[in-house]
Design a protein around this ligand. Structure first.
Ligand SMILES: [Zn+2]
Ligand SMILES: [Zn+2]
Length: 305
């Protein structure tokens, strides 16, 4: 059984929470799927059929996206019942690629809605503002603010506010603008691999000190700008990957010398082979390909804020 997304008209499968094309929240839009196992219409908002108990597929268990030469792969992993990570990958004019990864906070309500709303809103805002000529850092701050508002707006009385982490990258020419809230990460994978972000988490723990959500207070993202002088990949990922592979060198060794989509699949597979305890999301944006032959990579410009 299928239906049409009320926002964009794309065919969507019964039970899907979001339109794969435009990100429209189908449940909020009044779309009610029937159970894919027994056909009952009694599918709860938690995704479980109230008749037979089957967890309905959301289309997010494993998803891949390719935009020009950039690629993203998100995967439920082996231990979680659903994928609460979300990603977005879009372009804003020639040569500018925007990637976003958000990880729903499992202890919050409807974390998968929080992460999808944040990723979609941030990508939309970044693409629009950059196309209008705004600089990447200003557009990024606006995008985080809009994403934070979208997640906060998903809160309902009587439940823990939906929450998620955030990391984004705007890649243009030799420049990358990275922003984050929480413990999703950005890495540079090149001749001198490096972690570009610092987790918003209590030292040595996974306890977040910053996130997007109605209970997050004012969200102030970290925004950093880097300039590369050689080829490589910007990696955005959720903790489902870096829990197993935190070292930039190991990530670079696994990701370089392959196409971004093949490398993204390999990193996801490595996390699953290591246990797959969490949802895994990997976005890879190739960088400085015009500089092939110059293997030196440096980040002389850095600005925090
Ligand atoms: Zn059922
Ligand atoms: Zn996670």
């Amino acid at each position: 059984m299928s239906a049409c997304c009320p926002a964009c008209g794309t065919t969507v499968l019964a039970g899907e929470a979001f339109c794969e094309q435009c990100g429209q929240d189908l449940a909020a839009a009044g779309h009610s799927g029937s159970c894919t196992a027994c056909g009952s219409a009694a599918v709860g908002s938690d995704g479980y059929c109230e008749n037979c108990g089957m967890l309905q597929p959301t289309g997010r268990d494993h998803a891949e996206t390719e935009v020009e030469t950039s690629a993203g792969v998100t995967d439920r992993g082996l231990r979680h019942s659903k994928n609460e990570d979300a990603m977005a990958l879009v372009t804003a004019g020639p040569g500018t690629v925007i990637g976003v990864v958000c990880d729903g906070v499992s202890t919050s309500s409807r974390p998968e809605e929080a992460s999808q709303a944040a990723a979609d809103m941030a990508a939309l805002t970044l693409a629009k503002r950059i196309a209008e000529g705004e600089d990447a850092a200003t557009a990024t701050r606006e995008a985080v603010a809009m994403a934070a508002r979208a997640v906060a707006a998903a809160a309902r009385p009587g439940e823990d506010a939906p929450a998620c982490t955030y990391v984004s990258a705007v890649a243009a020419g030799r420049h990358v603008t990275v922003a984050w809230v929480g413990d999703s990460r950005a890495y540079w994978l090149g001749a001198h691999p490096a972690l570009l972000t610092e987790d918003d988490a209590a030292p040595g723990t996974h306890m977040l000190t910053a996130w997007l959500g109605a209970d997050a207070g004012e969200v102030v993202p970290h925004v950093r700008e880097f300039t590369t002088d050689g080829p490589g990949l910007v990696l955005l990922c959720s903790d489902g990957l870096w829990n197993y592979y935190p070292e930039p060198e190991a990530l670079a060794a696994a990701a370089l010398d392959d196409t971004p989509v093949a490398a993204a699949r390999r990193l996801v597979r490595m996390a699953n082979d290591a246990g797959g305890q969490d949802n895994i999301t990997v976005v890879l944006i190739p960088f400085g390909q015009g500089d092939a032959g110059d293997a030196t990579v440096a980040f002389p410009k850095e600005r925090s804020g």
